[in-house]
Design a protein. Structure first.
Length: 469
């Protein structure tokens, strides 16, 4: 049915006519009004401040209620063609989060301006769900003379998005958990981005950086970027290979509790970590986990492995899954739901990853993988969408609500991660697990907040005692 909007022109108006609308004041209303107006008064937008204020919680801006009055005047009574002349309003009570208000305007008087234009005075009243008057007063408007009736314009859906909010909360979680900053070897950080990310994490109290690399290049890069290194240790190394080897040696000697990639290639750093003689190998295979802050999800999601293992076999996937489960536990997810991804949700020899998925689920049943619920094979849609899972008749505790996504190989995982980041505005942090210490593995394209969140992952792993000894 077509929805129409129409006015009440002068010849249809009579004293006592009224119109109303109701609206609930939600956090979305808070943010929408602040975005539209630019008014970020902490009484309206800062929950911590508002809790201490005399209002004892976030309250609506007075003009929010006034805007609702304007809506009734402009769309209902008199409706389209109405021109505001002025208003006098009294704000009697605060509108708090969760309040539902009813706005009513009532035609109180009709007269004519000296130039002959018709004028109306309307009494305006806003009451809350407790029948308390929160706003009242009068508005004066020019009344439309001609009838207007048009199809109501369909407005776009408004979505309030705050990319990275969950990763910022993760950083605060790590700051609350850290006893003392995690002493971290920052390997070959000879550019402004690598240096800045480490220093920002140090200022946040997450890490105590030890910069390992060519000292002259480190200092030159810091000077060019305006970064003061005077308060941080520098461990000289001739070049990037030597820096990786020295950082690994420091970890073996317990001189540092984590490694952080600077501006060297990932394979240079991991080659030193995996060295059979002087590396940081454990019984567990190394693997990488992206922690994804996906807009629209109410929780963080883990994706593995998109950076280290190119084409893992079944036993490698067992370690990849267990590493991700351990990280999930460190993040406070007690029983993570792990989706083993493939192109389809049925087991078929034509797609080997479906066989691996089925085997991994059986390994979990037999205790070879611990601490999580597994299901697979699952298509990506069935792993993240309850609607898709139900449509296909998939009933499990994992389908549609996975915490951990396990890619069949590096190519699929890497493309999925980058699609989420660049097409869906996801924010990501990354870490390598399975070594004696966490390896903070950031991309050269990562922004400072991603590097900070990656440091937070290492802090939480250390606090949880999940790093393999």
């Amino acid at each position: 049915m077509t929805d129409w909007i129409e006015n009440r022109p002068l010849d249809e108006l009579k004293i006592g006519d009224s119109a109303s609308l109701s609206r609930t004041f939600t956090r979305d209303e808070v943010q929408t009004f602040a975005l539209a107006s630019g008014d970020v008064n902490p009484v309206q937008v800062d929950a911590a401040f508002a809790a201490e204020d005399a209002f004892h919680g976030i309250v609506a801006h007075g003009m929010w209620s006034a805007a609702l009055i304007s809506t009734v005047l402009g769309t209902e009574l008199p409706g389209p063609g109405t021109v505001y002349l002025g208003q006098q309003l009294r704000f009697a009570e605060a509108v708090r989060l969760g309040d539902t208000v009813r706005v009513t305007v009532t035609l109180a008087a009709l007269d004519t301006l000296p130039d002959g234009r018709p004028r109306a005075t309307l009494h305006c009243r806003v009451v809350n769900q407790r029948n308390q008057t929160v706003v009242d007063g009068d508005a004066q408007v020019l009344v439309p003379r001609t009838k207007v009736r048009r199809e109501r314009v369909a407005l776009p859906r408004l979505e309030l998005r705050d990319p990275g909010a969950k990763l910022r909360a993760l950083v605060e979680q790590a700051r609350a958990r850290v006893g003392r900053p995690l002493r971290t070897a920052v390997v070959h950080a000879v550019d402004a981005v690598s240096l800045g990310g480490a220093v920002d994490a140090a200022r946040a109290g997450l890490i105590e950086p030890v910069f390992v690399g060519p000292e002259a290049r480190l200092r030159a890069a810091a000077e060019a970027a305006g970064i003061d290194l005077s308060g941080y240790a520098i461990e000289p190394a001739e070049h990037s290979h030597a820096a990786a080897a020295r950082a690994v040696a420091l970890a073996r000697e317990a001189g540092v509790q984590a490694l952080m990639k600077g501006s060297l290639h990932t394979d240079e750093l991991l080659r030193a970590v995996l060295d059979a003689q002087g590396g940081l190998r454990t019984a567990r295979r190394l693997s990488h986990v992206f922690v994804m802050d996906v807009v629209g999800l109410d929780r963080l999601q883990l994706l593995t492995d998109a950076a280290v293992n190119v084409a893992p076999d079944l036993l490698a996937k067992r370690d990849i899954v267990q590493n991700a489960i351990d990280l999930a536990h460190a993040l406070g997810i007690a029983e993570p739901r792990v989706a083993i991804l493939s192109a389809v949700e049925t087991v078929t020899p034509k797609i080997p990853s479906t066989l691996d998925a089925a085997a991994l689920c059986k390994m979990a049943e037999r205790g070879q993988i611990r601490g999580a619920s597994l299901d697979g094979p699952l298509g990506f849609d069935n792993a993240v969408s309850l609607r898709a899972a139900r449509t296909k008749g998939i009933a499990s505790t994992v389908a549609g609500q996975a915490d951990v996504l396990v890619a069949p190989d590096l190519e699929a995982g890497n493309m999925l991660a980058k699609q989420l980041e660049y097409l869906a505005d996801a924010k990501v942090a990354g870490i390598v697990l399975g070594a004696r210490v966490p390896v903070i593995l950031t991309s050269r394209a990562d922004l400072a907040d991603a590097r900070m969140a990656s440091c937070a992952l290492a802090v939480l792993l250390s606090a949880a005692g999940r790093t393999e000894a």
